[in-house]
Design a protein around this ligand. Sequence first.
Ligand SMILES: [Zn+2]
Length: 413
Amino acid sequence: MTGPTSFLGLTPWVDPEGRFSARLVVPGDGPPIPNGVIEVADGMITDLFPGPDNTATDLGNVVLLPGLVNAHTHLEFSATTVPFPANEGMAAWIGEVVTSRRTRTTHTNPVRTGLDELNASGTAAVGEIATTDWPTDLLHEGDPTCVVFREIIGLRPDRCNEGIAVASDFLDGNTNNNCRLGLSPHAPYSVHPDLYLELVGLAASRDVPLATHIAESPEELELLAHGTGPMRERLESLNAWDGSSIPRGSSPLDYLTPLTNLRHPLVIHGNLLNDREISWLSQHRHIAIVYCPRTHAHFGHPPHPWARLLEQGTPVALGTDGRSSNPDLSMWKELQFLARLAPTVPAENLLAMATSTAAAALGLSESFGTLAPGKQAIAVGVTPSDTSPLSLASVLASGHLAGTLRSGRWHPA
Ligand SMILES: [Zn+2]
């Protein structure tokens, strides 16, 4: 069925419905379906069944996976071609971030550049951190659904009122199905504890998701515990430090505890969570940890506790983080990187981190995360290596992105 032409009159608009078959369909919430068929109407999945079906558009030697969900990124850095150096630690890296923001000259909005990259790499939804009011007018039809977390920074007591006002105004802004709003008190080292509590309270009262960077670096832990170290020096250089803001002897657990009452709290990184904090998380399994494997490697942090967290039932979602610490925004590459890092972890568990768990963490389970009737018709197509037996593990190990089935149309990579 053909509908109206686009505003340029060049591209025919195809009504998003039909059937698509692939060598293997991996729904994510049930066994893989050989020669599987996905039926789509109005951009939604209406059925999923084993083929063959000669009415379906055959995508050929392709494995279809649920559209990937990127739980954490900073699209403002999407024009960055090489990650900022991190070999001198987090405090020094933050200096690079600040310099980059001050000297940015790009003409194209980097958020748009980032959305295009997310589209090209099969991303269905994304958790995005916004440091200013976010350009919702840049969102196109077919872009990933964005959960935009407004970042709030303010360690000095005199910044608290402004921070809560900005957050409140942001949540009063427009939202729609493609863009939902949340809050991000940035991190324990950059947000006054009182402001942090107020922001968590605001997120709870408005029932919006909240993302916050916790237990990311040794510099953060030293600042919390002793009020000393390179992070303090960095904050002083930015005129952001106030010696009375953080009580000595503070720890990540002080910042985890207030998250208990939220419906969708996301702890970004959690690289250095200790035994006590990990054990506490086992009692609060609605709190998701977001692990960004390539960013974690870029900083050279000690091994991340993600596998241990998964074993105890803590949801662990994957994110790319921004191009300030990662060479690209491809969740597929993130997933393959993790599969190489953890060859003994079942491939289904790894896929869930980049699909269903990430969707649940962002509050988007109704529409994303698995291929099932009633969910949005977005699937990632991967071409398996011809030499390997067909399994999800082999596809993760050596497959390459073939394209994306989005709203009933196949977009080759
Ligand atoms: Zn981040």
